[in-house]
Write a protein that binds this ligand. Structure first.
Ligand code: ZN
Length: 254
């Protein structure tokens, strides 16, 4: 299995990163994708990816929306061109729109659209963070269709919204929220749609599932989500993990 979204480069893992990686391997997760979040994070992100031979994406997260949009997009474009031939560089992102960060909204839109254009020009899939912004994200995707699609990370929406993304070649990233019985919309979406629609992710260290004691999320928790999806879909865990692994391999060309 692969965790398609883990910020294992973040400081929360500095003290015990190798133990977390060992634990992840011990439950059958072979690799993960570290999403990029901002120019000042890339150096450490790339060093961690190199050390453990993890996959990675490069991008600018809406929480780290830059003051100078043009300069940061220039930095991203240069970094992307320098690494384009690296087989572990698999996507643009994490990028997107977050309405809870209203003060940077106009800049968020500019940075997101620039990253959509970049993904289009280098022909990579994209990792999208969408918080209270599905209409705006969908409008941007209509304007900048991506031949290789991408993933709507930490998807929690309805089946109707999910279908809008699926028809544009996107997968839905399913993570810790699926363990929460109050996430009714998401649970219904996972019951309704075929397994082709999903990939697995933890968003470590964020979004720890409610049924684990440690508040820091980690890649090994991914196995809990496989069992939960299997129960919801009335399928075996082996079938679910194989199907979702093959979705990830196809999407990111691993
Ligand atoms: Zn993330």
């Amino acid at each position: 299995m692969i965790d398609t979204h883990a910020h294992i480069d973040f400081a929360e893992f500095d003290a015990d990163r190798s133990d977390v990686v060992l634990r992840m391997h011990s439950v059958g997760i072979d690799n993960l994708i570290i999403p990029g979040v901002s120019p000042k994070h890339w150096q450490k992100q790339l060093a961690v990816a190199e050390q453990y031979q993890f996959y990675y994406a490069l991008g600018i997260h809406p929480w780290f929306c830059p003051e100078d949009v043009d300069a940061s997009i220039f930095a991203l474009t240069s970094q992307v061109s320098a690494l384009l031939e690296c087989p572990r560089f698999v996507a643009i992102g994490e990028c997107g729109l977050d309405k809870l960060y209203a003060s940077t909204w106009p800049r968020q839109l500019a940075v997101f659209e620039a990253q959509l254009k970049l993904a289009q020009s280098v022909n990579l899939p994209i990792i999208i963070h969408s918080v209270k912004a599905h209409p705006e994200i969908l409008a941007c995707l209509k304007k900048h269709p991506l031949p290789r699609g991408g993933v709507i990370h930490a998807f929690s929406g309805s089946t109707e919204i999910a279908l809008e993304y699926l028809k544009r070649g996107f997968k839905l990233g399913i993570g810790g929220l699926i363990m929460n019985p109050n996430a009714k919309k998401l649970l219904k979406t996972v019951c309704d749609l075929p397994l082709d629609s999903f990939i697995l992710e933890t968003d470590s260290p964020a979004m720890a599932p409610i049924n684990v004691i440690e508040k820091r999320n980690q890649p090994a928790n991914l196995v809990l989500f496989i069992d939960k999806i299997a129960t919801l879909q009335k399928k075996t865990s082996v079938l679910v993990s194989e199907h979702l692994m093959s979705n990830s391999v196809q999407l990111f060309d691993l």
